[in-house]
Write a protein that binds this ligand. Structure first.
Ligand code: GLU
Length: 477
């Protein structure tokens, strides 16, 4: 029985890359009468975002990629959230410590830093030097008794080599000179990705690991872990990464990557799935428009080409247009009412315009920017009187970073903008006016931060990114 999984980490907005890998896993399972599992890898507490898990569920369901087992639907191999499996990982580490395949390391951050500096001065690859591997058992016990904090590390045999098969690439070899004694259990008692991933793939009887190619360099560590536990390893399929048009790894600087954005900006899930199905060349070359069911029927993993598929937003937009135009008028209307003209969004806008309106027909004048996609204000609107374009673009780039990191609430946005203004020697008013111009295209609008909250994080950030992209590519006047 084929069993595959996706294992997203809830660290922010659900990513198009997650949808792409989910689609491939889904197809693989459905083509083989297998099961498709959703596991939440939430052991990195520093990057954990509470709302993220639900957003992942919602986004994948919106796309129609239903899973057979997962945290919300249950299943015989649960729990499916790693934070609920701590005991399992601790027992696994105990096994490795007992067999000598892992060891306790007490090195302090300062010592590790010093070691790294020395290695880089000697032009050696950064690698833990196994100091703690040589501790005598009595010394280990004494340090533990003294309450010193420790991590568990994988004991990678040196010298050595790990060889594994990638189903798309054939044999891959890693010289252990480049494989670090990976931390398996952190000092807070949480496992690292590598340990939890291997323990769970084994415990959940995963037969095929289909994931993005960025994990290839982790795979030797995983293979060593399977060997250390004495477990058979699954088959590995590393999928080519989605790329920006300049061939760099897809990134939010160059493309919207949040699935929330695509949903709110009015892309149809079937169009987005179709587009993702075109990535990597698994479908017959002469087909451009197809359904999920057709993908299940015709997609071939053997056909995937390894050159990174370009996530071409223009193409996606074109394809979405094809789907929209093919809708019956009533369906089209229903789509509008479910997205850009939903009662939910209208209800949120009402309090922002009711105060300032004299006839109902003015609603459009006041609220137009919520319903527009591209806002391209001319410099008369966005350029503050006392600032140059270069200064203004610089602070806009910093604003983008600050707002990406901020929670999308009135209070948090306000604090982030005020901090930014203070740090850059701008007045808060100048910064607010700049953001107003970018989001609304006007110098006067309904209350700015309330409007930003209604517009939403995904579309708000997208407007700032598009503004920067447009203005940076504008030839100087
Ligand atoms: N948690 C990893 C991620 O966020 C999973 C990678 C894997 O599939 O092994 O993508």
């Amino acid at each position: 029985m084929v069993r595959v999984r996706i294992a997203p980490s809830p660290t922010g907005d659900p990513h198009v890359g997650t949808a792409y890998i989910a689609l491939l896993n889904y197809l693989f399972a459905r083509q083989r009468g297998g099961q498709f599992i959703l596991r939440i890898e939430d052991t990195d507490r520093a990057r954990f975002v509470a709302a993220s898990e639900q957003m992942i569920f919602d986004a994948l369901r919106w796309l129609g990629l239903e899973w057979d087992e997962g945290p919300d639907v249950g299943g015989p191999y649960g729990p499916y959230r790693q934070s609920e499996r701590s005991e399992i990982y601790r027992q696994a580490v105990d096994l490795l410590l007992a067999s000598g395949r892992a060891y306790r390391c007490f090195c302090t951050p300062e010592r590790l830093e010093e070691m790294r500096r020395a290695q880089s001065a000697a032009k050696l690859p950064p690698r833990y030097d196994k100091t703690c591997l040589r501790l005598a058992p009595g010394e280990i016990a004494a340090r533990q008794a003294a309450g010193l904090s420790w991590v568990a590390r994988l004991n990678v045999p040196q010298p050595g080599e790990t060889v594994f098969r990638d189903e798309l690439r054939g044999e891959i070899r890693f010289d252990h000179a480049n494989v670090d004694d990976q931390i398996l259990l952190k000092s807070d008692g949480f496992p690292t990705y590598h340990l939890a991933n291997v323990v769970d793939d084994h415990a959940m009887a995963i037969t095929d690991v289909i994931r993005a190619e960025e994990w290839i360099s982790s795979t030797p560590k995983h293979v060593l872990l399977y060997q250390a536990f004495g477990w058979p390893a699954p088959r590995f399929w590393h999928m080519p990464l989605l790329r920006n048009s300049d061939k760099s790894k897809i990134s939010k600087r160059k493309n919207p990557v949040s699935l929330i954005y695509y949903r709110q900006a009015g892309y149809l899930p079937q169009a987005l799935l179709n587009f993702l199905g075109l990535m990597g060349g698994g479908m017959p070359a002469d087909l451009e428009k197809f359904t999920l069911a057709e993908m299940v029927e015709k997609f071939q993993f053997e056909r995937i080409s390894l050159g990174g598929p370009v996530f071409d937003l223009e193409k996606l937009q074109w394809l979405n247009g094809v789907y929209l135009r093919a809708l019956a008028p009533d369906e089209f209307l229903a789509q509008l009412q479910a997205t850009v003209f939903s009662s939910e969004i209208l209800r949120a806008i009402v309090p922002l315009v009711q105060e300032r309106i004299e006839t109902l027909a003015q609603f459009g004048d006041l609220a137009d920017f919520f319903f527009r996609d591209d806002i391209a204000p001319p410099p008369e609107i966005w350029l503050p009187k006392k600032r140059t374009p270069a200064e203004t673009l610089k602070i806009t780039a910093l604003m983008l970073e600050a707002l990406e990191a901020a929670e999308w609430s009135h209070a948090a946005l306000e604090a982030a903008l005020r901090d930014l203004a203070a740090a850059q020697g701008w007045t808060a008013k100048e910064v607010f006016m700049l953001l107003r111009a970018i989001l609304t295209g006007k110098t006067a609008s309904p209350p700015l931060l309330e409007s930003a909250v209604v517009l939403g994080r995904a579309r708000g950030l997208d407007r700032i990114r598009r503004f920067l992209a447009r203005e940076k590519s504008r030839p100087p006047a």
